[in-house]
Design a protein. Structure first.
Ligand code: 5CA
Ligand code: ZN
Length: 412
């Protein structure tokens, strides 16, 4: 599948520090140590509706990781999927009476435009579930060979007990897993399952649903096996970071890890599992199923500067849960105007210390709010809003422009 076009990113004259990231399984900070290109997988959209601020916050968050690695001297191999066949997509297509393929293509294209506008660096491989069906079939065959797959009517299930490390990604106890599983696509009560937590890897054909031929009969891929197959194919085992929103901690990332670890015993799926917080609106998690959405494209259509949207997202640490407030967007439109005024002066307050602070903050679990505080302070000193204007650095504007672009993805 085609990704979106890459924005130009300035190369900074100084190298950023190694990047540390919060890891869900260990609950602590882990310094990433890529050997060769840093390998990142971030779970992509299910394209049945437009990109909302929750999606945008997650992808902008992991874009900071992409940029921090590049600024630390690493090449980055970034892979993202598109869940272009799954229950919610098919349900929406039926509801609005449009062909599911057309719906998926339309919303994926809108997502590309939203990501470009927000200056999110594109993945090197942008991979759909449908085009990955041969990979999914091959992975299911490996799981079958390992004895971890069984049939319930026309569906194939993965035995979670086949992975000795099952549960280590989320660290949830069984009771918590059983509570969350049905809320996120699981079917604990299905008769014939060996363990209520076992998940579907191949869903046999249902009337009115699309299906593909396979050695297990016609059907379509389960959700978790899609990401496991795509990540293993495009990144190999034990890649650096598996990312997504915190709603994917369980079952999605646990099951992906389980599939990969049973297919290739003795390996880990990913070294670090990183999760972005949930963005709410009107007091509840912003989600397509609840309908409490603020769309990136709607704001763009109302001539909101995408950089103001990005700045608003960056004001919140990627791991925190927060609520989208329109007032914050307006504040950030004003802040950007101040930033632009400051960099238009040429000279300004010393920029080198800001470079160090911003790179250090971002390498420390992508602490964008701390980085932005340093930028705001530089703007205030340069404009003299906190006293006398400081113009002691003749090259300040040039330095700041490339720093904001390279590290934060804000192009003024
Ligand atoms: N296609 C699957 C992943 S394989 C999926 O979860 N799609 S999604 O469209 O529902 O979400 C896309 C990405 O946005 C996921 O990483 C998800 O964790 C994240 N996300 C969804 N809702 C929110 C939200 N309210 N706040 C932050 N991130 C969110
Ligand atoms: Zn995924």
């Amino acid at each position: 599948m085609r990704a979106w076009s890459a924005p130009e990113v300035p190369v900074l004259p100084v190298m950023g520090p190694p990047v540390a990231l919060h890891d869900t399984p260990s609950g602590g900070l882990v310094t990433t140590t890529p050997t060769g290109p840093a390998r990142l997988y971030v779970c992509g959209i299910t394209p049945y509706d437009a990109t909302h601020m929750g999606h945008a916050a997650t992808y902008v968050g992991f874009d900071l990781l992409h940029r921090a690695w590049r600024n630390a001297g690493h090449d980055v191999t970034y892979v993202q999927n598109v869940t272009d066949v799954d229950d919610p997509l098919l349900e929406r297509a039926t509801k609005v009476n449009i062909d599911w393929v057309e719906l998926a293509e339309r919303e994926t294209e809108l997502f590309r435009q939203d990501m470009s506008a927000l200056r999110v660096l594109p993945p090197a491989a942008y991979v759909g579930a449908v085009e990955s069906i041969p990979l999914v079939i091959a992975l299911i065959e490996r799981l079958q060979a390992a004895g971890s797959v069984y049939r319930v009517e026309d569906d194939l299930y993965f035995s979670v007990t086949a992975d000795p490390a099952f549960g280590e990604e989320s660290t949830y106890d069984r009771e918590t897993m059983l509570r969350i599983f049905p809320e996120r696509g699981g079917d604990p009560d299905r008769a014939g399952k060996r363990d209520p937590l076992d998940c579907v890897v191949w869903r046999g054909e249902r009337e009115g649903e699309p299906s593909w031929e396979s050695p297990f009969g016609p059907g379509r891929p389960g959700w978790h096996i899609e990401c496991a197959a795509i990540a293993m194919e495009h990144l190999g085992g034990d890649f650096d970071v598996q990312g997504g929103g915190s709603d994917l901690v369980f079952p999605h990332h646990e099951m992906c890890a389980g599939h990969a670890q049973v297919a290739v015993p003795g390996t880990r799926f990913a070294q670090v599992y990183a999760h972005a917080g949930m963005v709410a609106y009107d007091g509840e998690k912003m989600s397509k199923s609840r309908g409490n959405l603020v769309f990136v494209s709607a704001l763009r259509n109302s001539d909101v500067d995408p950089m103001a949207i990005r700045l608003t997202l960056l004001r919140h640490h990627y791991r925190s849960d927060w609520e989208w407030l329109d007032a914050e967007l307006f504040d950030n439109v004003d802040a950007l105007a101040d930033w632009r005024r400051a960099v238009s002066l040429g000279a300004g307050a010393p920029a080198a210390p800001v470079v160090d602070t911003v790179l250090a903050a971002l390498a420390d679990d992508l602490d964008a709010p701390r980085a932005l505080a340093a930028v705001d302070a530089w703007v205030a000193s340069t404009l003299g809003t906190d006293g006398l204007a400081d113009t002691s650095d003749p090259h300040a504007s040039v330095t700041m422009l490339s720093l904001l672009d390279a590290a934060l993805g804000i192009r003024l």
